[in-house]
Design a binder for this molecule. Structure first.
Ligand code: SF4
Length: 828
């Protein structure tokens, strides 16, 4: 990583550094990483024909910038961003540097294929594009006529980001609509529950509800709950770089995590080890100490919050001991005092350390509380994610410099350009989706399994609209009209995603459900590799990579950098690979709606018109011809302080909750809890409590005596890059186990072990390390499932979702159980 130039301020305006000639001149600076991946020797740079700009297309969110160096029409090697101020260079990580190997991999899908064996077994034969498109069009017609448009679902997928890559929704809107989803696999529980606390419209992606990382540098104390950008957001202009700079500014940083993660690595004093899934119990123990010592910021709580104590409870809940104070001090519903000793037993964090943490919170002038998304991906995640925010609220660390809301770091609000729209404003264009049903992105399997018995689902905004009906009758009326899909899901689209199996809960259960072809009758997959999800396709299509098309992408998660990159194609798509836009246009043609779908434009013409639409709103953006030449345009964004305006003027800027305040106690959640049928062990609580959850604390048995969790690691972005040997070799896939748990099982570092949970079994290499707390084992998510599904189903690929159970979370219907697993390990 390039060091900061002392004479350049982080806050200085940044713009791309110019012409291709200039960039070509800079091209000799080949990074160490390039050589690691066997990309190029500097002498090659002189022989290149051209440089083509592009961005990393995966869902790490960094959107790092690539310079493809092209010779004789083929990508010769890749360099990364070297434009503008070092602090804003979106420099690729090791994964991005391996992208050329993905593009040119011999295992790329080459031709359209149709399934010849049972679903999930990966048996296919080559067919023509005409046959593939005719078959898809025929099945679409049949499905619409027989079951209705609400039986056609577009699965959650994030493997191919760009302005052009996701046009299935547009195609389906030309044909009468499709069953839409809400939520996502990354932040589903957090995304759903936060509006009940901080208000409608609050998003984990907005810089009004979370502070930018530079505010952490202004804090005295930074509390990180399960947040390790060095594992998952490690490109330049991404959060790991921002935190490296925060550390230079000197606040005390505490990493609360069940493992000594890569962001803390090298700073062992920063690691506060905790049992997985028990963060809310730690918060409760700290809250008890804060209350007992009189270190609570009562003025803040009384002015801005509902439900801290009896005085701030809504009329409907007064006199019932339902406040947060009652819960913590043992006068609440469970009559258990949440002392540090109580928390210590659950969390493994000593009571003395919990008291010390409370003291630090009290003594700091400003505290930046932040969480990663792994914590909410537990079966108790909807309560735990709110509980973390309580440390900011109890101490009044919100709305001013050096503070945060407890949510993840802020991200840029939007981007300078959009993407091919799913519908048009023009009344003669593509209409909006006409289907009046929706499901959570994690419910699709349940919807297939239950068919016409599947119950209606509402998202958080709809639930709140119904609750607040009198205040917002229009929104409440719209929410009331939402229906359940009538026949379940009969047709599944899956473009560039691995959420049919690998990234979904309980792979074995997916196999059982999808094996019954009467349930979901047809599956189309378009991808670049034979992923495990692709094995379930009835028709499998070979996609073109972003570098093989004119492509346009925008800024990612770095909260300071806003911009756009345009370029390509760097080389032609191989074999019969095609951009999905062209495929969709041909399908539209079979229905006689091609002109509507394309609006008379090729994909390249769309890219230009979308860019020019964005540039028309922003006079500082380059013209189309200029961006084609310079490839990259960037701009600095201002710092963000979470809820700054609300705290400064709560009357003028009330929180968009029913009470207009931050709702520690939510009447809306209380109502949902009283009405919803929950599975055994599931809880919806109006206040942020510690709830053990399903397969959480206390659920271990003699058969499954260990807790298990997963994390996002460096070798893959979710399951993207999973086919690349170079990354697998660089960062081996291993199960972490503490020596205390390994020794009685006679497991040594490097042994092959089998991990068994109630859902399935995987085989993987063991890594015996004290970087993980005792009683907890863990391995990274995203490795590719590899099993004989017609035989023992033993997963030798080591996919963590072979071990997860499929229990949609109680509130968001999300993938809460992803990190809540009980298991046993034995040496092979
Ligand atoms: S995987 Fe993420 S950090 Fe790495 S190059 Fe791609 S966008 Fe950047």
């Amino acid at each position: 990583m390039t060091m900061k130039s002392p004479e350049l301020s982080r806050r200085s305006f940044v713009k791309a550094s110019g012409s291709l000639a200039l960039l070509a001149a800079a091209g000799g600076a080949v990074s160490t990483a390039d050589n690691l991946f066997g990309e190029v020797e500097p002498a090659q740079a002189a022989a290149e024909d051209k440089i083509v700009w592009s961005q990393c297309n995966v869902n790490c969110g960094g959107r790092c910038i690539f310079q493809w160096h092209v010779k004789d029409g083929k990508i010769a090697y890749m360099l990364t961003d070297d434009t503008g101020n070092d602090d804003f260079q979106a420099r690729a990580c090791l994964r991005g540097h391996a992208m050329r190997q993905w593009i040119n991999h011999p295992d790329r899908l080459q031709y359209p294929m149709k399934r010849t064996g049972p679903r999930g077994t990966g048996k296919f034969e080559r067919i023509s594009w005409d046959e593939a498109i005719d078959t898809i069009a025929d099945k679409l017609k049949y499905t619409i006529e027989t079951y209705g448009n609400d039986s056609i679902y577009i699965n959650y997928a994030t493997g191919m980001y760009s302005a052009t890559g996701r046009t299935t929704e547009r195609l389906m809107n030309c044909l009468g609509g499709y069953l839409p989803m809400y939520g996502d696999y990354s932040t589903g529980m957090h995304q759903y529950v936060m509006p009940f606390m901080y208000g409608v419209g609050v998003s984990p992606y907005e810089n009004v509800s979370a502070s930018s990382v530079d505010q952490a540098g202004k804090a005295d104390l930074v509390l990180m709950f399960g947040n390790s950008p060095a594992d998952n957001r490690m490109g330049g202009a991404n959060v790991v770089w921002d935190y490296a700079r925060v550390r230079e500014e000197g606040p005390e940083i505490i990493h609360i995590d069940y493992r000594y993660n890569e962001t803390a690595a090298g700073h062992p004093e920063e690691w506060l080890p905790i049992r997985t899934g028990t963060d809310a119990a730690l918060v409760a123990g700290v809250a008890h100490e804060l209350i007992e010592k009189g270190w609570i910021n009562l003025d803040f709580l009384h002015r801005y919050c509902q439900g801290y104590d009896e005085e701030t409870m809504p009329a409907s809940a007064k006199g019932q001991n339902k406040s947060y104070y009652d819960y913590i001090m043992g006068t609440g519903y469970d009559k258990v005092e949440k002392t540090p000793e109580w928390a210590a037993e659950i969390t493994l964090v000593p009571a003395k350390t919990i008291r010390e943490l409370a003291r630090k919170l009290h003594e700091a002038n400003s505290v930046y509380v932040v969480q990663g998304w792994g914590l909410q991906r537990h079966s108790n995640g909807e309560s735990a994610t709110r509980a973390v925010c309580m440390l900011a609220l109890l101490t009044g660390n919100l709305g001013r410099e050096g503070t945060n809301s407890g949510m993840r770091e802020a991200e840029p609000p939007g981007a300078p350009v959009g993407s091919i729209p799913s519908s048009d404003d023009d009344p003669n264009g593509v209409p909006e989706n006409m289907v009046n049903a929706k499901i959570s992105c994690y419910s699709w399997l349940k919807c297939i399994a239950e068919g016409s018995d599947f119950q209606k689902e509402l998202d958080a905004a709809d639930e709140l609209a119904l609750f607040m009906g009198a205040q917002d009758p229009e929104a409440a009326a719209a929410a009331a009209k939402i229906e359940a899909p009538k026949n379940g899901i009969k047709f599944l689209w899956n473009y560039a995603g691995n959420c049919i199996t690998n990234q979904h809960g309980d792979v074995n259960r997916v196999f059982e459900t999808l094996s019954d072809e009467k349930k979901c009758e047809f599956i189309v997959v378009c991808d670049t590799f034979m992923t495990d999800s692709a094995k379930y396709a009835d028709i499998l299509l070979p996609d073109a990579m972003r570098a093989e098309q004119l492509n346009m992408s925008t800024n990612g998660y770095s909260e300071y950098y806003w911009g756009v990159t345009v370029g390509g194609p760097a080389q032609e798509p191989p074999f019969e690979c095609r951009p999905i836009y062209d495929v969709h246009a041909e399908i539209a043609d079979r229905f006689g709606v091609k002109d509507k779908f394309t609006a008379g434009k090729t994909q390249d013409e769309w890219v230009r018109s979308i860019y020019e639409e964005g540039a028309a709103e922003d006079p500082e953006m380059p013209t189309w011809d200029q961006i084609l030449e310079q490839g990259v345009w960037k701009r600095e964004l201002p710092t963000a302080i979470a809820f700054e305006k609300n705290v400064a003027d709560p009357v003028g800027n009330p929180w968009k909750t029913p009470s207009g305040k931050i709702e520690i106690y939510s009447e809306a959640l209380e109502k949902i809890a009283s009405e919803r049928e929950l599975s055994e062990g599931q809880v919806i609580s109006p206040i942020p409590i510690f709830d053990p959850g399903v397969e959480g604390y206390g659920a271990v048995t003699s058969e499954y005596p260990l807790y298990m969790s997963g994390w996002h690691d460096k070798a893959r972005t979710h399951s993207s890059f999973g086919a690349l040997e170079v990354l697998r070799d660089y960062n081996r896939h291993r199960l972490w186990i503490n020596p205390i748990d390994a020794e009685p099982r006679k497991i040594n570092d490097g042994d092959m072990v089998r991990v068994k949970s109630p859902a399935g079994e995987v085989q993987v290499e063991a890594h015996v390390t004290s970087r993980i707390v005792p009683s907890v084992i863990a391995m990274p998510q995203g490795f590719w499932h590899e099993a004989n599904m017609e035989s023992d189903k033993l997963d030798t690929g080591g996919c963590i979702n072979t071990l997860t159970t499929y229990t949609p979370s109680p509130l968001a219907h999300g993938n809460g159980p992803s990190n809540s697993i009980i298991a046993e390990v034995r040496k092979v």
